[in-house]
Design a protein around this ligand. Sequence first.
Ligand SMILES: Nc1nc2c(ncn2[C@@H]2O[C@H](COP(=O)(O)OP(=O)(O)OP(=O)(O)O)[C@@H](O)[C@H]2O)c(=O)[nH]1
Ligand SMILES: [Mg+2]
Length: 616
Amino acid sequence: MTRPIQTVALVGNPNAGKSALFNALTGARQKIANYPGVTVERKSGRMTLPSGELAELIDLPGSYSLDAASPDEEVTRRVILGEQQGQRRPDALILVLDANNLEQHLVFAQEIIALGLPVVAALNMVDLAKRDGLILDAKALENALGIPVVETVAVRRKGLTELSTALAKAADGHEIEPAISDDLDMAERRISARAMAKAAILSETRQRRLHRGLDKVLLNPWAGPVILVALLFVIFQAVFAWATPFADALDGAVMAISDWVVATFPSNILRDAITEGLLAGVGSVVVFLPQIVILFFFILLMEASGYMARAAFLMDRMMAFVGLSGRSFIPLLSSFACAIPGIMATRSIADPKDRLTTILIAPMMTCSARLPVYAVIIAAFIPARSVGPGIGLQGLVLFALYIAGIVGAMLVALILRRSAVKGDSSGFIMELPRYQMPRLRDLAIGLWQRAWIFLRRAGTIIFSVTVVLWLLLSFPQAGPGEDQVDASIAGHIANGLAVVVEPIGFNRDMALALIPAMAAREVAVSSLATTYAVASDDEEKTAQALEDRLAGDWTLPMALSFLAWFVFAPQCLSTIAVAKRETNGWKWPAFMLAYLFALAYLSAGATYWIALSAGL
Ligand SMILES: Nc1nc2c(ncn2[C@@H]2O[C@H](COP(=O)(O)OP(=O)(O)OP(=O)(O)O)[C@@H](O)[C@H]2O)c(=O)[nH]1
Ligand SMILES: [Mg+2]
């Protein structure tokens, strides 16, 4: 006896292609996109059965299990079980499986099949599987699952007729006896999913197997984070170890030019401007080009190879813990180059509270402008010795500074999500791109772009701010026996500010560096260099490396305090301006400015006093 099918539902894991199939079968235009969680409500349309009759087709949100964890999964559960008000319980189901993620998708599939409703499976995205060198055996899968399996390519409308024929047949008459038992628990379903997926693979290229093996290790909940941290650790070691010869060479070149200028030209104000402002100031920043290039070499490598998306995947759980979603990862990651593009990238975050929180913590990610500041202080105060096989102390301190910013950001997010920006975090699971050998050309272009951005900053903003500072430091000229810096306009301002920052261990020169560094953080370095160059009346000393001057003038607690300040301080006005534009007002940027300054002051102070009492 034939029972007419009236209602059919599409079920399956997120991003399996349910909505694409829905559109293909009904001619509707549901939104589909290549990330999970697109469909969050049930949608219905009409599909034509082979008999010519119409049936209602329901598109459901993707789900991992019938034990609903989120509101959209709850919708799926209620519709399938017939508990949804105003919705007929489906007479049959189309189970959509992504051929490329069979092992994962077969877990939920077993739960669906065990319900005992007529089910047909659409083995979708077989086109992508073929492209990647994976050939599946639909018949083997059919036998294992005990339901018809039809290969489909939803976006090319392939396999649709076969699918609806199989659907009509499955729903026709006889109650089916599911081949899947319903008393398995999650772990047992996983094991049998793996076995079924393995049995369904006819052939797989070596490369695909290799990539899957890699993912098993890199995404392992235990090994994955360890590898990620180890990798970052190596990167920061390299930033110091590899850059040193290049940085020394650049440093030597700047000093040689300075010596030559002093020897060649008569002593006058223009010569001072060149040696003290341009060469000492801007030169002190430019020497960090090798560090910047090495850091971005690794970042670009991780992006191009496909590892970065895996890192985001690993971070997702930690992000969820502090009330953010994995979607915040990419904006936060871009903030390691600069917070401005990072804050702009938050536009991809749909949830306004998620987005606001991400904007507020983005400035704590260590941007590349901080690298020269960190590097110069580390080079001056942290001895270049190893604290273990292959582990340099300098790289370790740099690593710790980056981690301090990340930990600070996560703590602030945690607090914000429970107070000022209260709300639930939205779940998100990343689609992982394929592994790829990075292309040398792309890498070279990427590096060139980063280097150019850095040099352009040095030539424009850092140069102009340093020149203005040099003028303010050089005038009015000091009388005999008077300190030039103290006598200058800049010195007067700095002495005023020094009162405020004295409790956290800053001296006048450090206070002086803070104001111009609001234009760009690197200026902290050039301004220190220019200050010391102006202060020394001896030409020999003008050319002395900044690191030596710092090591002579500051104590270790002062240096550590300065580093701690730069981890948190909102030392960059452009970031505040962008935050204002992206949040449409002054309220949040003002809040950002206030809490970051407070955090910087407190952490610098704590660092100073702890270091002092530890006898450093
Ligand atoms: N190449 C290829 N792409 C497909 C196929 N089916 C779907 N896609 C693509 O896969 C992505 C996900 O498809 P959706 O239809 O949005 O997936 P969904 O199952 O509805 O996902 P959720 O609504 O998040 O549960 C989209 O980018 C589709 O264009 C297919 O057979 N072949
Ligand atoms: Mg969908």
